[in-house]
Ligand binder design. Structure first.
Ligand SMILES: [Zn+2]
Length: 130
C-alpha cells in the first residue's frame, strides 16, 4: 500500500499543541526539552516546520509557554501532520524534542522529494506557445 493511500484512511495528526490548566491531557513543552538533542537535526526539523502550508489562521497570536514571546497565529501542515506555526521556535530555541516517528517522517519526505522523477514536457507544452 502506498503512503498516499494509507494517508487517505486517517485524519491529519496534530503535533505541538500544549496542555493548559484547563486541559492537562496534552503535554507540557517544558517536559520535552532535551538539551542534548543534536543541533543539526533540530535545524532540519525546525526548517521543515517553518515550511508547512497554512491550514488555518486564528485571531490573535499564541505565546511561547517557555519564554512568553509572541509565537504565531496560524496552523501549518504537510498533509500528514498539522502544527502551530510557533512549533519551530520551541524546537530551535528551546530544544523541545519531537517524537522519533515525526523526525523519521521528515527524513522520508525529504528522500521522496529528492528522488522525484522530473518531466519537463508538460511545462514545455503549456508555457511555450510561440
Ligand atoms: Zn520561547
Amino acid at each position: 500500500m502506498s503512503e498516499l493511500s494509507e494517508h487517505a484512511d486517517r485524519p491529519v495528526r496534530l503535533l505541538g499543541f500544549w496542555g493548559s490548566p484547563e486541559n492537562q491531557k496534552l503535554p507540557n513543552p517544558a517536559h520535552l526539552v532535551d538539551p542534548e538533542w543534536d543541533g543539526a537535526e533540530r535545524m532540519r526539523v525546525a526548517d521543515y516546520l517553518v515550511h508547512g502550508q497554512v491550514a488555518g489562521e486564528w485571531m490573535g497570536s499564541s505565546r511561547c509557554r517557555l519564554c512568553s514571546r509572541s509565537n504565531g497565529s496560524r496552523d501549518l501542515t504537510d498533509g500528514y501532520y498539522l502544527w502551530p506555526e510557533g512549533l519551530a521556535h520551541y524546537v530551535l530555541e528551546h530544544g523541545v524534542r519531537m517524537p522519533a516517528e515525526f523526525t523519521d517522517h521528515i527524513e522520508q519526505r525529504r528522500e521522496a522529494l529528492d528522488g522525484l522523477d522530473r518531466d519537463v514536457a508538460w511545462w514545455r507544452e503549456n508555457a511555450c506557445r510561440t
